[in-house]
Design a binder for this molecule. Structure first.
Ligand code: KG4
Ligand code: ZN
Length: 334
């Protein structure tokens, strides 16, 4: 049997991403086009602007990926496209494009859940034994899952308000550090002392859920109370303190799940998994507690088409096909 060649399409938020995956984990080509500069003036993503940009870019990026991979459309054996969760106008562009390609070329296709794709991004680097815990931390989600097999996700808990990435973006905007907030806070925090300003840790020990809006409000009060001015050195201390609080909560809850459920394997996924402090802390914890903790390389933390192609490959191989009337959804199915 010829090896599969899967086209993965991801337009759930503000990155237009397409990749071609050969077999299980050989990424032949992958392009991620960021829209950061378009949304920066608004300190957040404007859905209509994002969708219009996807519309402009989706075909040229697909052509670029095919050309880089030296593959033509006739060789593509399957298509995977993110259909949920995400911004509806953005998702519609990717899904309509995928349907048109699949219809015109008679290629099997399947809609993919974005959170499942983030979790299985780590598998592009090698398999992880089931079951494992998955912490998905992105701009839209903070969720803890038990993953029992391919596509078998059991939600333990999720954020009740702001996602971790969203909190990074809002705090960065408050401190006038720029957008997206994660990378700029990560950088500023390196120059700051995390212990200088006291900030709360919303551990929520009675549940697997998370909550970050109180922490964000505490930063607002701190900045007002101390009269912290944008551009001052204190901004770095606030950034470091905030980042440390988020990381403390994420690591503590994950570790609690490891112990209570006796699952010594963890996958950390999503855009916030790029955070250098979070990566370092999980590395330390893995050593101290003898755990397997997998954090994907930076190129696979943020949104990308390769992770969508990975999920599409196993779903298509299991015989799954999406119906032509498949629609997009703003919420995850998990
Ligand atoms: O997974 P992703 O690319 O898109 C969504 O599915 O939301 O995640 C984007 C989020 C943004 O909130 C961004 O600020 C955050 O990931 N992020 C980071 C870092 N790099 C990106 N957060 C903390 N530290 C980083 N280095
Ligand atoms: Zn994402």
């Amino acid at each position: 049997m010829n090896e599969s060649l899967i086209l993965g399409i991801e337009t759930s938020c503000d990155d237009t991403s397409v990749a071609i995956l050969r077999g299980e984990r050989e990424i032949l080509a992958s392009v991620v086009s960021s829209q950061n500069e378009l949304h920066a003036p608004f300190c957040g993503i404007v859905p209509e602007i994002a969708a219009r940009r996807h519309l402009e870019l989706i075909l040229p990026i697909t052509q670029q990926v095919l050309s880089e991979a030296k593959v033509n459309m006739d060789q593509i054996t399957g298509i995977g496209v993110t259909t949920r969760p995400g911004l509806v106008p953005s998702l519609v562009v990717g899904l309509s494009f995928a349907k048109a390609l699949a219809w015109s070329r008679r290629i099997p296709w399947v809609g993919v859940d974005h959170l499942e794709a983030h979790i299985f991004a780590s598998f592009l680097e090698g398999e992880i034994e089931f079951p494992f815990l998955a912490l998905v931390v992105s701009g839209g989600h903070t969720s803890l899952f038990v993953v029992k097999g391919y596509g078998e996700l059991q939600l333990l808990g999720e954020t009740r308000d702001d996602a971790a990435g969203e909190a990074f973006d809002k705090v960065a905007s408050l401190l006038q550090l720029g957008y997206p907030g994660g990378p700029v806070i990560d950088k500023a925090a390196k120059e700051g002392d995390p212990a200088l300003f006291e900030l709360p840790r919303p551990y929520m020990k009675e549940t697997w859920d998370f909550s970050f809006s109180g922490l964000k409000t505490a930063v607002v009060h701190l900045v007002k109370r101390e009269g912290i001015k944008p551009g001052s050195p204190e901004v770095n201390h606030v950034a470091a303190g905030f980042q440390e609080a988020v990381v403390d909560v994420l690591v503590a809850k994950t570790l609690r799940a490891v112990k209570e459920l006796s699952i010594p394997r963890v996958v950390v996924a999503g855009g916030v998994a790029a955070n250098s402090r979070l990566r370092r802390r999980f590395e330390e914890v893995a050593k101290e507690e003898s755990l397997t903790i997998k954090v994907p390389p930076l190129s696979l933390c943020g949104d990308n088409g390769a992770m969508v192609a990975f999920v599409a490959r196993y779903r298509l191989e299991m015989g799954e096909r999406s119906p032509w009337h498949e629609d997009v959804r703003s919420r995850t199915g998990y």
